[in-house]
Design a protein around this ligand. Structure first.
Ligand code: ZN
Length: 201
């Protein structure tokens, strides 16, 4: 049995300093850590009675109950790849998700097979683009119950802008020029459409 939140919280309260905070990890030794200077961890709060409802749970309706999301660049009958309304600092961040409302653990074998095929195509297309060093694939899902997987392309050869912290640089780097970003979105959508579905950009 994994430790409960209450058991972990007891260990936290035994480990904190007088100000109630845990010690900082040695981030100054981490090449990928984006920030310098004095930092301190937030004070860990006691456990909640239950998880907070996400969008698409309880009385929080999901977007799929009303209409399709905007910025869809590719789709087939069951899955879509969407972008955002404006570029960030990283070359491309795309979301792969189903039209039907289900979460990652709800996929049956057929849905998982198709998800696997599309994610493989998408990852390969993005990673083969000039100047892309790596594509990170992430599934969090703390905000929204509707399955959505992130495909995050980072630029090659930029020191520090790697690993899980690359996403933090999306907010700090100056945004990609709009025309470059749209051409890259079209490149991905067109190449996905050679496998299945249709490009919408
Ligand atoms: Zn939904």
């Amino acid at each position: 049995m994994p430790e409960s939140a209450e058991e972990i919280y007891v260990r936290v309260t035994q480990a904190v300093a007088e100000d109630g905070r845990l010690p900082m990890p040695p981030t100054h030794e981490w090449d990928m850590f984006p920030w310098e200077g004095d930092m301190r961890p937030k004070v860990v709060q006691p456990p909640l009675a239950e998880e907070s409802p996400r969008v698409g749970e309880g009385d929080k309706p999901c977007w799929c109950a009303q209409d399709e999301p905007e910025q869809v660049i590719w789709r087939n009958e069951r899955w879509m790849v969407r972008s955002f309304d404006k570029p960030g600092g990283l070359p491309l961040i795309l979301i792969l998700q189903p039209f039907e409302h289900f979460d990652f653990s709800d996929m049956d074998d057929e849905q998982a097979e198709e998800y696997g095929r599309i994610s493989n195509w998408l990852h390969r297309i993005m990673e083969h683009m000039p100047n892309i060093g790596r594509v990170h694939v992430c599934k969090w899902g703390d905000g929204t119950a509707h399955m959505h997987v992130w495909f995050i392309a980072r630029t090659a050869r930029l020191p520090h802008i790697v690993g899980s912290m690359a996403i933090e640089w999306n907010e700090m780097l100056p945004p990609v020029p709009e025309d470059v970003w749209r051409a890259d979105l079209k490149h991905v959508a067109d190449h996905l459409a050679t496998h299945d579905g249709e490009a919408l950009i």
